[in-house]
Design a protein around this ligand. Structure first.
Ligand code: AMP
Length: 225
């Protein structure tokens, strides 16, 4: 039990959580559980979960706690996540954090750390408004910071690049407001529990990654001693 890495990625939309998650899941061989991706897939598949979530997501609002919490607790109990996990996008509210804490405790597990990637609102807005994603491969680009080789087309298979409905300017402002009101209180919540680790998300993706990786490696070492 002690060498489990049970990690949460926290930070505003556009902080680079997805980018870091890709690298960290590779480094530490962890399953990546991203609620945004799970919900978007559910909307695409028109499943019951998707139908419940769609309208909230398009407006940049949070899906109700009861809709998302059960789905996530179930995936943490799956065989895949038995030896650890990297959660992105959950918890997003204090009730979700409490539910997660109770779920883990019931399974005699605990969190290893909460990784906060800090980025100011202005930078978040710049990043999200330029974000484009391939309809087929899911690969993410940025029209200024990481453009595709051919405008509007994915480098991998030339599939079309689109803007996520919730990356439109008016929705970004809403998502940021929701982040500050609902999710930011988790910073203090996890700090009080000694779990919070802060990282400057305005650095390059490689720098942010190096810092996080070093911190996690140290935490794991301490755990094994
Ligand atoms: P993300 O890709 O993490 O930005 O999530 C996209 C959208 O999915 C959010 O704006 C919410 O509408 C919804 N969502 C994702 N995670 C949660 C969560 N933990 N609680 C409520 N809604 C969520």
């Amino acid at each position: 039990m002690s060498s489990e890495l049970n990690l949460i990625l926290l930070g505003p939309p556009g902080a680079g959580k997805g980018t870091q998650a890709e690298r960290l899941t590779d480094d530490f061989n962890l399953p990546y559980i991203a609620t945004g991706n799970i919900l978007r897939a559910a909307v695409r598949d028109e499943s019951g979960l998707g139908k419940q979530a769609k309208a909230y997501m398009e407006k940049g609002e949070l899906v109700p706690d009861a809709v998302i919490t059960g789905v996530i607790l179930e995936s943490l109990n799956s065989d895949d996540a038995r030896d650890g996990f990297l959660l992105d996008g959950f918890p997003r509210t204090l009730p979700q954090a409490d539910a997660l804490g109770e779920g883990l405790e019931a399974a005699e597990r605990r969190l290893t750390a909460v990784i906060l990637i800090d980025v100011p609102d202005k930078e978040v807005t710049r990043r999200l408004s330029g974000r484009r994603v391939s309809v087929k491969t899911g690969r993410v680009y940025h029209i200024e910071l990481d453009p595709p080789k051919h405008e509007g087309r994915c480098d991998i298979d030339s599939s079309r690049l689109v803007q996520r409905a919730d990356d439109r300017a008016e929705t970004i402002a809403k998502r940021l407001a929701v982040y500050h009101a609902e999710t930011e209180p988790l910073v203090e919540y996890y700090d009080e529990r000694g779990l919070l680790r802060r990282f400057d998300g305005t650095r390059t993706p490689t720098e942010v990654h190096d810092h996080i990786r070093a911190t996690i490696a140290t935490l794991r070492l301490e755990d094994e001693l």
